[in-house]
Design a protein around this ligand. Structure first.
Ligand code: UDP
Length: 353
């Protein structure tokens, strides 16, 4: 039986780093009885297909990608049917989703349609094909604007500040309801804080098709003079320098957590553990937008052309993680600091100029 992991959105930003993490770890060389096969389903809605060659260059291994829209149940089922022969599916890691706060404010229908229908289909198929382990990409945006800082997994949901955030709240709730009807499956919900940076090789990184709205790509594009200037969205918040606070976390640290989550579920397959576990993935350090810019300027030796501007709709003021649960249960910890995150993002940007 060939062991396989299905990764939806395997060509995307966090997906591609997780594909690499899995390809490098689940190998015969590392003591597994065979090299696991990684199957990606990604229709390149917001990713480029060239990432597949980059992954191969980096790992020496091929990834099979199906260019299929997960909102199409029949077409997605055909993939499961085809891949099911003589196979033990270890798990599904479901990344594929739209992730921009401002874009979700502009086009909420598209966000709800895409993020929720794809999740429903993939949940249904995971049960039909008896795939025990399911990892879901959630987000710290489920906490909304909370006074309880750092936020732990027990911090209650706040008001969803954007349609994007609401797709994650609803997505988590859909999984909780669904899990009750599928007792043989286990679920890990990973709440990412702000994933940034690129693989240290600079062979893969963030390469979206849509114009980026996230802070770090905007910083690096501005430094590379692909944009004239950047705007700091809000300088009058009640924070130490007036700009918003986020918990930036290196994408490779996030990728590692997915592998550790699969390991956790796999090694506890026959033990009584919670059917659903939720983990925050952040460093625990809150960094303001202006501090992030300073860290970038330091490691790149570049002066960034930025202006202080208006607040951005949908933004929470301040959020950072209590990550002790991921440390205790998954054995995970963040290895990269903000300067290393910025340096890796800058190296990647220079590569793709
Ligand atoms: N931000 C900014 N200028 C930009 C893009 C983002 O000041 O051009 C700020 C944004 O308002 C937020 C922080 O950077 O306070 C992180 O935003 P991002 O979109 O990267 O992540 P989010 O936390 O919204 O998911």
């Amino acid at each position: 039986m060939q062991k396989k992991i299905i990764i939806t959105g395997g060509c995307g930003y966090i997906g591609s780093h997780t594909v690499v993490e899995c390809l490098e770890n689940y190998t015969k060389k590392n003591g597994y009885d065979e090299d696991f096969e990684i199957i990606s389903i990604d229709n390149h809605l917001n990713s480029s297909s060239s990432v597949l060659q980059n992954i191969e260059q980096l790992t020496g291994r091929k990834v099979k990608n199906y260019d299929t829209n997960l909102c199409d149940y029949q077409k997605t089922k055909e993939i499961f049917e085809k891949e099911n022969k003589n196979t033990h599916f270890i798990g599904i890691i479901h990344f594929a989703a739209l992730k921009s706060v401002p874009d979700s404010v502009t086009d909420p229908i598209f966000y709800y349609q895409n993020n929720l229908n794809s999740l429903l289909n993939i949940l249904k198929l995971s049960k039909e094909y008896k795939i025990d382990n399911f990892i879901f990409s959630s987000s710290c945006s489920v906490y909304g604007n909370t006074r309880e800082l750092p936020v732990s997994e027990n911090t209650p949901f706040g008001n969803a500040e954007s349609p994007y955030a609401y797709t994650k709240q609803v997505g988590e709730r859909m999984i909780i309801d669904f899990a009750k009807t599928s007792q043989n499956q286990k679920f890990v919900l990973l709440r990412y804080f702000n994933p940034v940076g690129a693989h240290i090789s600079a062979i893969i990184g963030e390469d979206p098709k849509n114009p980026p709205t996230s802070l770090v790509p905007i910083i690096t594009l501005t430094a590379a003079e692909k944009r004239d200037k950047m705007i700091v969205h809000g300088s009058d918040y009640e924070t130490r320098d007036g700009s918003c606070i986020r918990d930036y976390i290196h994408v490779s640290d996030i990728a590692e957590a997915h592998r550790l989550a699969i390991d956790y579920l796999a090694r506890n397959a026959n033990r009584k553990i919670n059917q659903i576990e939720i983990f925050n993935l952040g460093t625990g350090n809150g960094v303001t937008v202006l501090e992030a810019i300073k860290a970038f300027e330091k490691v790149s030796n570049k002066k960034l052309n930025y202006e202080l501007g208006e607040r951005r709709e949908g933004d929470v003021v301040e959020i950072y993680a209590d990550n002790t649960k991921a440390k205790d249960i998954l054995g995970w910890s963040a290895k990269f600091g903000i300067e290393e995150m910025m340096l890796s993002a800058w190296k990647w940007q220079q590569k793709i100029l």
